[in-house]
Design a protein around this ligand. Structure first.
Ligand code: 6GU
Length: 257
């Protein structure tokens, strides 16, 4: 299999070295699951000073990334790989989520354009960008950290990336639920014991406990996820069980005013 390729266009290539040299991303590179290329936008800038930014037409604060160096960097990559998908990382993009990460695993080559300052010249967005992605509703100093977020989330979903029998099937969001609680040794820590069922060796009971843990956590922490989701019979039973228990608690407490 040919590796999935990420070409990263940035004026700060060094920001990516630490990210690419550790953990699962490093291993995915070593195993040939992904390939990354860093293109310094400055290498495509003209003149002795290789300027990549300029003042905005119309006035106002900050600087804008000039179109020519960006166009040069993008075209160099896209001419060599015509099927590449170009993504501009910008707070104006659609918000990146796990479904988008899964969708992007089906792409052979992604070109990531990391903007800085107040943004990039609009004419680049119009002609050389296929898609815009944001990583959330807040503003970063540039697209680099967002590009790392996208590469990280996509890479760990590639078959073989997590190693051994580990798969992404049990991740939070794998099926619109948060992941269940996890415990490791020791059996008792600062007076708190690991739930007995996890030590029972009864895998049916363990699976049931984990389903309930995932459901409760999602209900308490991210109820918005539950309402978007179809429920299995087991999950419907669990919700009914809580519903009855909550009803009993309310009834037995009576009222206080
Ligand atoms: Cl992709 N870029 C910048 N500069 N800020 C962001 C972002 C991206 N996503 C959220 N905030």
């Amino acid at each position: 299999m040919t590796p999935m390729k990420f070409s990263i266009l940035t004026i700060f290539p060094d920001m990516f070295t630490g990210f690419l040299e550790h953990g699962i991303i490093r291993r995915a590179m070593d195993r040939g699951l992904i390939d990354t290329g860093i293109i310094n936008i400055r290498d495509h800038a003209a003149g002795r000073h290789r300027v990549t930014d300029d003042r905005p037409y119309g006035g106002g604060n900050g600087m804008v990334m000039k179109p020519e160096p960006l166009a040069g960097a993008i075209r160099e990559t896209v001419n060599r790989y015509p099927d590449a998908l170009t993504i501009h990382l910008t707070p104006q993009g659609r918000v990146f989520d796990q479904d988008t990460a899964r969708e992007l695993t089906r792409t052979d080559h992604i070109v990531m354009i990391c903007g800085r300052y107040e943004g990039i010249d609009e004419r680049i967005c119009e002609t050389l960008v296929d898609r815009e992605l944001s990583i959330g509703d807040y503003v970063l100093t540039g697209g680099e950290v967002a590009a790392m977020v996208v590469i990280d989330a996509v890479t760990r979903l590639l078959p073989g990336a997590l190693g051994g029998d580990h798969s992404a099937d049990t991740d939070s969001f794998a099926d619109q639920l948060l992941a269940h609680a996890q415990y490791t040794r020791p059996r008792e820590f600062e007076g708190k014991a690991v739930p007995d069922v996890l030590l029972s060796g009864n895998h049916r009971e363990i699976d049931r406990w984990r389903t309930e843990s995932a459901m409760i956590r999602t209900f308490l922490k991210r109820p918005d996820l539950l309402t978007k989701r179809l429920l299995t019979d087991e999950e419907t039973q669990l919700l009914k069980k809580w519903h009855m228990e909550i009803g009993r608690i309310i009834k037995n407490r009576g009222t206080n005013g």
